[in-house]
Design a protein around this ligand. Structure first.
Ligand code: ATP
Ligand code: MG
Length: 270
């Protein structure tokens, strides 16, 4: 883990020398990512729950490092299932998944945590730790990565302030509204500047103004180099990031109406 000297500031993200340690240190070298610059590669991936038919079938695609992807598709299409494969909560029934250049489908379970720490996840059902305050939930990724208490206090407070939650810092999740819980979940997912941010319907419980604000945060993170994958039904949200690429899932099959998978755009200058 390396200190990458990053600090959060309200409404904008800036890099400031010597500010604070963050998760997801070493950025994306070609050696780690492979020659293609892909951060995720799926080859003939299938996922079957139990003995029924496959929920996901023959998924073959790659996501380029630094890309911004929206994952769309009807309810039950398999969006959450695909994201679970991406953040290593689920193993595929078949096929190959490479993440950060590593074959994670074959990696023993006990070796997965270092990969997971490079990924920020906003779960569809939030998954906040119930006995921890909003502050402690947001601080969790920094504590896990060993950031000293004196360094993380200001960063977490700044993040809560940005999310409009400073006055709720001491509240337990059960006493927060759905929208407040969602904002805590997002703050927790992004505070460590992950290399890969995965968000499952991240604005389902917030008003349109907050949704725009949250997308602004994802946008800013992406401009700093984080690869972003957002599952959503919300077409307005998709329109907010005009460089984003769209992946569509339907009955376990993926398509790319914007051609993102077949014709990856040239890498942006960050
Ligand atoms: N743990 C599980 N065990 C068995 N079946 C599951 C499990 N999780 C999901 N499924 C099934 O897989 C299919 C895809 O579900 P998934 O949650 O991935 O869809 P989704 O596209 O995220 O839907 P939504 O838009 O409603 O969130 C559904 O038919 C669902 O019932
Ligand atoms: Mg879902």
């Amino acid at each position: 883990m390396q200190a990458n000297a990053t600090i959060w500031q309200a409404d904008s993200l800036v890099r400031a020398p010597g500010a604070v340690h963050c998760l997801g240190g070493g950025r994306f070298s070609e050696a780690v990512l492979g020659a293609t610059g892909s951060i995720v590669q799926f080859e003939n991936v299938g996922l079957r729950y139990g003995t029924g038919s496959e929920t996901l079938s023959d998924l073959s695609f790659s996501l380029r490092e630094g890309g911004f992807y929206f994952l769309t598709g009807p309810s039950g299409a398999g969006k959450t299932s695909l994201l679970r494969l991406l953040y290593l909560a689920q193993r595929p029934s078949r096929g190959l998944i490479r993440l950060f250049g590593n074959d994670v489908a074959a990696t023993p379970r006990k070796l997965l945590p270092p990969f997971r720490r490079r990924i920020g996840v906003v779960f569809q059902d939030f998954r906040l730790v119930p006995h921890l305050s909003a502050f402690d939930n947001v601080a969790l990724p920094l504590r896990v990565s060993g950031v000293p208490e004196s360094d993380l206090r200001g960063t977490v407070t700044e993040m809560l302030d940005w999310a409009g939650l400073v006055h709720r810092a001491a509240a337990r999740p059960a006493t927060l509204s759905g929208g407040e819980q969602q904002r805590v979940a997002i703050a927790r997912a992004v505070i460590g500047r992950p290399e890969l941010l995965i968000a499952d319907e991240p604005t389902g419980n917030v008003d349109p103004e907050m949704a725009t604000r949250l997308m602004g945060l994802f946008d800013a993170l992406n401009k700093l180099g984080t690869t972003v994958v957002v599952a959503t039904h919300d077409l307005h949200l998709i329109g907010r990031v005009n460089r984003a690429e769209i992946l569509r899932l339907d009955r376990g099959q993926i398509s790319d109406p914007t051609g993102a998978l077949r014709h990856p755009p040239r890498r942006r200058e960050i």
